[in-house]
Design a protein around this ligand. Sequence first.
Ligand code: AMP
Length: 300
Amino acid sequence: MRTIRTIAELRDALAEPRRAGSRIGLVPTMGAFHDGHLSLMRHARADCDVVVVSLFVNPTQFNERADLDRYPRDEQRDATLAADVGVDYLFAPSAAEVYPDGFATKVSVDAALTNVLEGELRGRGHFDAVTTVVSKLFNMVGPDFAYFGQKDAQQALVIRRMVADLNLPVQIIVCPTVREPDGLAMSSRNAHLSESERRQAAALHRVLARARDAVGDGERDPGAVAARAEAELIATGVEPEYFGLVSPDTLEPVEGIDGEVLAVVAARVGATRLIDNQTLSPVPAEDRPPLEHTRCIARC
Ligand code: AMP
């Protein structure tokens, strides 16, 4: 695997495979790899001839300076892990390479998708920063496929919208959330949790699992599902920022449950902010597949 720092070098490396018609896959990341990241890379490896992983801690998408400063960084470890799963290029540009002096452009998806949930909590600028950097990465790499995690469901939806609206020639693949054995969604931020916070953090998955079971067993009142989930989070010592049942297509809160809905949760465990989500489907228990609980697997 080769580590590349500049856009010119990257374009140069990809010119020949592109001319030869090779399928190029991109996995955008901010590093501190865990099995969630690696599952996206494995998926890309299975689908594509050339796999590029970008590693860029995008400063513009952090609304809290402290969160950016303490974001875990270990490029050497990341490079070893990416090489082990067969990644071809690790693209790790500097901030000056991505945002040279005079940079003044923004890609912005409509507020209906970007001003709610994470957009409301982290500020509208969060998703503008994400869509701007992701569209820049798409232009730098020119991928045929780009891989994102369902863990960040709103981000995946916003990026799909951007790609459709701007006719970007890339197919977006969304891979399932990879979880720890107790169900906690893997996240680079889990590294900040103390031992007791780590135990408390499993509550996010637990309340989503309960919500899924309740809806499968006939509960049709989104307000009742949310109230129970928030009460359980608070009882565990976790501070909910939101728990909601929303449309998986528009992210609008649902008023009833008569088809698939997306349960979304954000909460603070100590100083660490965590998010998770789960699709809920009103089908009887006997027809329900086992709760989504994906460990690291060859293909996600
Ligand atoms: P990040 O480095 O946190 O920006 O994440 C890079 C990509 O990995 C994003 O598309 C995330 O949605 C995805 N990702 C993060 N955590 C997980 C997880 N536990 N399972 C699957 N994908 C994940």
